[in-house]
Design a protein around this ligand. Sequence first.
Ligand SMILES: C[S@@+](CC[C@H](N)C(=O)[O-])C[C@H]1O[C@@H](n2cnc3c(N)ncnc32)[C@H](O)[C@@H]1O
Length: 201
Amino acid sequence: MPEHSKVMGKDWAADRRKANVARLGAALAEALAGRDELTFEIGCGHGHWLAAYAAAHPAEYCVGIDLITHRVERSQRKQRLGQLANVAFFKAEATEFLDALAPGQKLAKVFILYPDPWPKKRHHKNRFINEANLARLAAHAPTGATLHFRTDDEAYHAWTREHLERHPQWRLVADAPWPFERTTFFEDMMKAKRDLTAVRR
Ligand SMILES: C[S@@+](CC[C@H](N)C(=O)[O-])C[C@H]1O[C@@H](n2cnc3c(N)ncnc32)[C@H](O)[C@@H]1O
């Protein structure tokens, strides 16, 4: 049996992904023109954290993405209501966003807060942190760029630490202070905080 996305030799999933990346690339080229250095949050949810971060860091240009339309709309509402000129939110899947981003656009800081932990072993392949995605981030991260990861989940924390420890492009920083505290929607529910910070080599 062919995989369900492959019918008569045609890989529909790959084609859809390619089309998404092309569409996103065109949208980002326009929306982020002249923004060479970004502070980037993956899975921004309702945008509480990044909107507060942008308000407190007017010299940085911040971009938040999420998969879910209504969360992105709520984030965009915060941007409008706060009249924040230095933040933009997009509906995008993280790997597609990273593949669509122009090579000249650099990620100076990357934040991942309370990502889905996918606790079951058979679902670990869905975790965002893996070797390929750390390389995807590194492709846009100049030397010295930072990656900040926070989760309540002990197992995902250990998984991310291990991936960062063995990744050639990232170096873990011990006991780094968390750069900016503003309780996120999920942090409020989960309470626990487990942080990791890595620097692009
Ligand atoms: C558990 S929620 C955390 C939201 C927010 N960071 C917080 O702390 O409240 C994880 C978020 O990541 C988003 N997400 C999951 N996988 C994603 C992906 N591949 N690309 C973009 N967003 C993703 C989900 O839609 C969801 O809003």
